[in-house]
Write a protein of this length. Sequence first.
Length: 479
Amino acid sequence: MPGNWSSSRLDLHLDLDAEGGHRARLETALRDAIRAGRLTAGTPLPSTRGLAQELGLSRGTVTAAYDQLAEQGYLTTRPGAATRVADVPPRLPAQAPADTRPHPPAHDLRPGRPDTSAFPARAWLAATRRVLDRARPEAFGPGDPQGRIELRTALADYLGRTRGVLTTPDRIVITSGYYQAVQLLCRVLLAQDRKVAAIEDPGHDFYRDTVRRAGLTTYALPVDAYGADTGALTARTDAVFLTPSHHYPTGVPLHPGRRQAVCAWARSTGGLIVEDDYDGEFRYDRRPVGALQSLAPDQVAYCGTTSKTLGPALRLAWTVLPPDLVAPVVRAKQEADLYTETLGQLVLADFIATHAYDRNIRAARLRYRRRREVLIDRLSAFSGLTVHGVPAGLHALVTLPPEGSTEAGLLTACADRGVAVRGLTELHHDPEGDGPEGLLIGFAAPSERAYPAALDALSGVLAGPLTRPGPLRPGSPRL
């Protein structure tokens, strides 16, 4: 029979189902607990009287078991003191298979990753204390699949003020990231028999694969110096996935004429525009470009997240929806995971309402702008490289000259030096095609202290094949 004791301020489960009498079963249970490491060296055991009462055994049975285990070296006893567990090496369980996940790189220059060492811990802690001080009991109960009204209200104000988004709290759904938002929207599109989606080319391969795995048919929407070629959209297209504020990976914003064109396409065909406000907060040469959603709020599903502004570990994001999609997306959210974690939503709502979120973004914008300038200055020492996009975001795209090192060769050299960057080729719909080769170099992930060493390591890689000094060329008109 299983049993528990709570004497000596300890709780421990003992399995007394082994073969034999009461004493033998108690000995076996205690011995197994000690050898498995559940009872560690120095742990005081309950008195014989207390344990006997807890387990419904006689005191003599417990005393005999203790004495036997002490003789075997599992327990130590002293007159007038509690019986304690002896220092016995635990019998470890069989080891799990070796962890084959890659280790963190020595120098993390991957795109899209913020400096998590700069997380505003003190301000977040203060917001958490305020939330817990005033939280009602229902805050600790089941949540709303649409998201807490406090956060949706704060977001409606914030997004309108900073990104030009036209919305009310009832049109916002809180998700656990842009990834989940894409999954939910794809599920709803399929349920409505809308199965064809246009995806930017080049574009984020992870989300492209997410759309495909959901069951939609995708086709490439070419990207040039003016952003996605919206003229390639057809009446048979049901949805288009865009990063109009700062295209991933080229870094160009969607041209105003093309913004108007894609909105006109959506109105005339009933198509859905899924706007990933990628790096929307981080424009360094002027005010950030406003959200596309403001031009067609009834045709755009606008998606934002705290992954870069605060940190991906929070798993907090939002989608502003056309009115007719709110109910089906909420149902899909409820079916997926019921609701997003509640306390984090309340803390973020406080963080936004007290303008701590604005202050954090402004500080990050200054920090990342300085880092980008340092990176561009370093790259200017190597001829033949071409940097693309506007001064924005958390990465720079650099394409390579026709002659010289290949993308694959540079990626291998970076890996050998512990430098993590990303290649451009795999972001094309056809990675085997004849598109340009290049590197996506992030400048946000390392801490302030680690950033110079990361750039030194990157420069060491580039110094091999690209030794001639020369100016960094402006971006080409088409990738």
